[in-house]
Write a protein that binds this ligand. Structure first.
Ligand code: GDP
Ligand code: IMO
Ligand code: MG
Length: 419
C-alpha cells in the first residue's frame, strides 16, 4: 500500500447521544473532510456555537467548517427527502457535500414498514426512531434495496419500486400500504434526482485520494457501540455496524487507513428506546440527570432513560473500537450531586464479573460511589475542575483502561478541556 495519512475516527461508546456532534464539529475545524459511514437520519447530532444550535441528522458534523468537505459514505442509508430538507439550512452544498452513489435509499414505504413492524411487536417493540432504518438495511442485505445511483434512470427505478410492491403484496396489504401510481412515483423521484444527482460521487475513491494527498479526514460514527447490530444489546439495537470497524465497510477504507480513535462517552449514561440498561435509575436521581442534562431526543423528542456511568460496558466498548482515548462529555450535568455512582462490575447468577455478559438483561450492577462537586460547568482547563471531579475522571481512565483526552463541560464548542 502506498504511503498515505490515516483517517481519525469518532465513535459513540454507549447507546448514542453521547455528544459526538459537539466533538466532531470542534475537531472538524482542523480537518479537510468529515465522513459519515453508517446509520441514517435516525442520528441526531447537536452542535452549539456561540449560542446558535444546529441539529444534524445526515449531513456530517463538519459542515460548519466552510473549508472542509463532507462525505456520506456507501454504508449510510439515505432518505432523499430528509437530506434535501436538511441541506436547505446550509445553502448550496454542491462541492461541499458528496454522497456515495452506492448508498441505499430510504423511501416512504420503508418508513411505513418500520412503524407497522413496531406496532406489531407490541410490548416487544424496539422503540425505533421510525425513520425506516431497519427496513432499508434489511432490503440491502436481502439484495433487494434501492441505491442512490439508480436515480440516474428514474423510469427504470420506478419500475423496480412497482415490482417491489408486487413481490411484497401480502405484507403491504397487511399493513395497509397502498402501491403508488407510476406517475406519482416519477414525480417524487424526479424531485429527488434534481437535488441528489449533483452530489453523487465515488466516495471510496474520494477517501483514498484525500488520504493519499495527506489530507486530514475525520470519520464520524452515528449511534453508539451498545446499539451495534453484532455487538450491541440485540435485538434492541439499530441495523448497522456502529463500531469503528463499520467505517471500513461503510466508506471503503481499510483497517490500516484508520489512525486515532476517540470514543465519546457521557459522564453518566442514557438510552432512548427499549432494551436492557443495567445502571438505569428510575428514581429522583434519574429524573435529575434527565432534567439537568436536557435528556430529550434530538431526533424524536422522546425523554431519554437516564442512569449511572457503566465502566464495564465502557471498557468493552473501548476495546472493541480500539479507542486511543475517551472524550468524557456532560461532566457539568453531574454538578451539585453529593454522590455519584459508577458501575464497576456486574452480578450475573450470583457471580461477580467485570466483562459484558451475553445477555445484559441478566446483569445487576455493582457500584462504587464517588464524592460529588459543586461546579464544572464552562470549565476550559483541567485546573479549573474541582479536585473531586478530577478524581472522578482519573478513576474512569483506570476503570475503562483508556486514557481521557477531552472533557466537555457545556454544549458550547469552546467549553472543552483538552488534556
Ligand atoms: P450525539 O448524537 O452523540 O451527537 O449527541 P446529541 O447531540 O444527540 O446529544 C448530546 C446533547 O448534549 C446535545 O444537546 C448537546 O448539545 C449536549 N452536550 C454536548 N456536550 C455537552 C456538555 O458537555 N454539557 C452539556 N450540558 N451538554 C452537552
Ligand atoms: P445518535 O447518532 C440514540 C436507537 C433507537 C432505538 C434503536 C433502533 O444521535 O447517537 P432505529 O431507528 O435505528 O432502528 O432504532 O436505536 N437509536 C438511537 N439512540 N441515538 C441515536 O443516534 C440513535 N439512533 C437510533 O432509539 O432504540
Ligand atoms: Mg444524538
Amino acid at each position: 500500500m502506498a504511503n498515505s495519512t490515516k483517517a481519525d475516527l469518532i465513535v459513540g461508546i454507549q447507546w448514542g447521544d453521547e455528544g459526538k456532534g459537539k466533538i466532531v464539529d470542534l475537531l472538524a475545524q482542523k480537518y479537510d473532510a468529515v465522513a459519515r459511514y453508517q446509520g441514517g437520519h435516525n442520528a441526531g447530532h447537536t452542535i452549539v456555537v456561540d449560542g446558535t444550535t444546529y441539529a444534524l441528522h445526515l449531513i456530517p458534523s463538519g459542515v460548519l467548517n466552510p473549508d472542509a468537505i463532507n462525505i456520506i459514505g456507501n454504508g449510510v442509508v439515505v432518505s432523499p427527502e430528509a437530506l434535501i430538507k436538511e441541506m436547505k439550512q446550509f445553502g448550496d452544498m454542491q462541492g461541499r457535500l458528496f454522497v456515495s452513489e452506492n448508498a441505499h435509499m430510504i423511501l416512504s414505504f420503508h418508513i411505513e414498514m418500520d412503524k407497522a413492524k413496531e406496532k406489531m411487536r407490541g410490548k416487544k417493540a424496539i422503540g425505533t426512531t421510525g425513520r425506516g432504518i431497519g427496513p432499508a438495511y434489511s432490503e440491502k442485505i436481502a439484495r433487494a434495496g434501492f441505491r442512490l445511483g439508480e436515480l440516474r434512470d428514474i423510469e427504470k427505478l420506478s419500475d423496480r419500486i412497482l415490482e417491489y410492491f408486487e413481490h411484497n403484496k401480502a405484507i403491504c396489504d397487511a399493513i395497509g400500504l397502498t402501491c403508488p401510481t407510476k406517475s406519482a412515483l416519477l414525480k417524487e423521484l424526479t424531485t429527488y434526482a434534481k437535488s441528489i444527482l449533483p452530489l453523487l460521487a465515488n466516495t471510496t475513491k474520494m477517501a483514498w485520494d484525500l488520504l493519499k494527498d495527506n489530507k486530514k479526514v475525520l470519520l464520524e460514527g452515528a449511534q453508539g457501540t451498545l446499539l451495534d447490530i453484532d455487538h450491541g444489546t440485540y435485538p434492541y439495537v439499530t441495523s448497522s455496524s456502529t463500531i469503528s470497524a463499520g467505517a471500513c465497510t461503510g466508506l471503503g477504507v481499510s483497517p490500516k487507513d484508520i489512525g486515532n480513535v476517540t470514543g465519546i462517552v457521557k459522564a453518566y449514561c442514557t438510552r432512548v428506546g427499549n432494551g436492557p440498561f443495567p445502571t438505569e435509575d428510575f428514581g429522583d436521581e434519574g429524573d435529575r440527570l434527565r432534567k439537568q442534562g436536557h435528556e430529550f431526543g434530538t431526533t424524536t423528542g422522546r425523554p431519554r432513560r437516564c442512569g449511572w456511568f457503566d465502566a464495564v460496558a465502557c471498557k468493552f466498548a473501548s476495546r472493541i473500537n480500539g479507542c486511543d482515548q475517551l472524550s468524557v462529555m456532560k461532566l457539568d450535568v453531574l454538578d451539585g450531586f453529593d454522590e455519584i455512582k459508577v458501575c464497576i462490575a456486574y452480578e450475573v447468577n450470583g457471580e461477580k464479573i467485570d466483562f459484558m455478559p451475553l445477555d445484559l438483561e441478566d446483569a445487576t450492577p455493582v457500584y462504587k460511589t464517588f464524592k460529588g462537586w459543586d461546579k464544572t460547568e464552562g470549565a476550559r482547563t483541567w485546573d479549573e475542575l474541582p479536585s473531586s471531579a478530577q478524581e472522578y475522571i482519573k478513576a474512569l481512565e483506570v476503570l475503562c483502561e483508556t486514557k481521557v483526552g477531552m472533557v466537555s463541560t457545556s454544549p458550547d464548542r469552546n467549553d472543552t478541556i483538552t488534556l
